[in-house]
Design a protein around this ligand. Structure first.
Ligand SMILES: *Cc1c(COP(=O)(O)O)cnc(C)c1O
Length: 387
């Protein structure tokens, strides 16, 4: 029998729609921020239901300018979950401020809201909750804590388009919400990001800062109504999106709900295949929220299965199945460990979670056969290593 083709961990869903949008920009000769970027922002605002949407060249840039908009300063402290991508904490260090890590919840891998207040000091200015894997954090509790202590809530929604918390769409809840359109994310522009907010002043400040602090967007300068004249209001950055990226975004946005349904369906099939297996714990989503299903993260149960995560991933790889790990806890990285003196002892749950987590493929474009093959391979590998 022929060996079936490998199933990669991720593949973006790109069709003729995306290709023709990009070609359109190339033929028009307008490559950087212009009409498509403006249209993408308008459509995104409409899709999320937010008052403002400011596009940038990454979610990292959005997180940076969001912290800048709320005036994070040197010496401030910002609360960040211990398990997230480097970008969430890195942006805090841009200000010579301190990322203060909080352990995660064992069930959802989102920030443990019962452990936030003990980390708050007079220097704390903001909380950056991360909607891990696409599951919204405990936003009511986070907003209550923020209100009580006068903190800003900047959401890292890199995994969360679309996701809902108690019927409210992610992007309309905290002070500023930052989305990622990186190549592996649930809506992609290759590289890109969007910051949504109800606050017009913050939106205006972010849109000025994303383009050199210039008080008018450059694209307006080149239209008939515009002119060559511009003013630099403050020292800014080169963070703008391009029309090539926005074209991809416009095409992706048209199918973003369909892609979400595809992932939800895959998650449902995995859940069915893994139910009542004590070797692994499938992800759990709380009943009052809906996950974007950006990631499908299972945990190995060391009490029931006699193989470690590395071996498990290798055996799946031998069967042609790509997997990944999200994420190495931040306090384990040399930079955070050495600069802020973090040790694993402070994060017992993150330690337990980290050793056991594996992310399985979940993306539109997986066939029925792919989904079954992943599920069957996982079942087979762990069963061969039952204790
Ligand atoms: C991908 C990711 C980011 C960064 O997004 P970019 O668009 O690549 O800057 C931030 N936070 C989390 C949790 C991510 O997974």
């Amino acid at each position: 029998m022929e060996t079936p083709a490998a199933i990669p961990f991720h593949r973006p869903y790109i069709t003729e729609d995306e290709i023709s949008e990009v070609l359109d920009s190339l033929y028009a000769g307008w490559l950087t921020m212009g009409p498509k970027t403006i249209a993408f922002e308008a459509k995104y605002r409409e899709y999320i239901g937010s008052r403002n949407a400011v596009s940038m060249n990454s979610c990292t840039a959005c997180l940076h300018l969001a912290l800048k908009a709320v005036n994070i300063k040197k010496g401030d402290e910002v609360i960040v979950p211990a398990i997230t991508f480097a970008a969430t904490a890195e942006v805090v260090t841009y200000f010579h401020a301190t990322p203060v890590f909080v352990d995660v919840d064992e069930g959802t891998h989102t920030i443990d809201v019962s452990k936030i207040e003990e980390k708050i000091t007079k220097k704390t200015k903001a909380i950056i909750p991360v909607h891990y894997a696409g599951q919204p954090c405990d936003m009511d509790e986070i907003l209550d804590i923020a209100k009580k202590h006068g903190l800003f809530v900047i959401e890292d929604a890199a995994h969360a388009v679309p996701a809902w918390y108690k019927e409210r769409k992610i992007g309309t809840i905290g002070d500023i919400t930052c989305f990622s359109f990186y190549a592996t994310k649930s809506l992609t522009t290759g590289e890109g990001g969007m910051a949504t907010t109800e606050n017009d002043e913050w939106a205006e400040r972010m849109s000025i800062l994303r383009l050199h602090g210039i008080s008018k967007d450059a694209w307006k300068r080149y239209t008939n109504e515009g002119s060559w004249y511009y003013e630099v209001a403050e020292s800014g950055y080169k963070y703008n999106m391009t029309d090539i990226q926005a074209g991809l975004g416009l095409a992706q946005l048209k199918k973003v709900d369909w892609m979400w349904h595809q992932r939800e369906e895959i998650a449902r099939k995995y859940a069915e295949a893994f139910q009542s297996m004590d070797e692994i714990t499938p992800p759990r989503v709380k009943s009052d929220r809906k996950s974007a299903w950006h990631l499908y993260v299972i945990k190995l149960n060391p009490a029931a299965v006699n193989l470690d995560r590395k071996q498990f991933m290798e055996e799946l790889k031998e069967r042609g199945i790509g997997t990944s790990v999200h994420f190495i806890p931040l306090y384990r990285h040399p930079y955070y460990r050495d600069t802020f003196r973090y040790t694993p002892q402070g994060f017992p749950v993150s330690e337990r979670v980290y050793e056991r987590i594996v992310s399985l493929p979940i993306y539109p474009g997986m066939t029925e056969g792919d989904i079954e093959r992943v599920a069957e391979s996982v079942r087979d590998v762990v069963r061969r290593h039952r204790r």
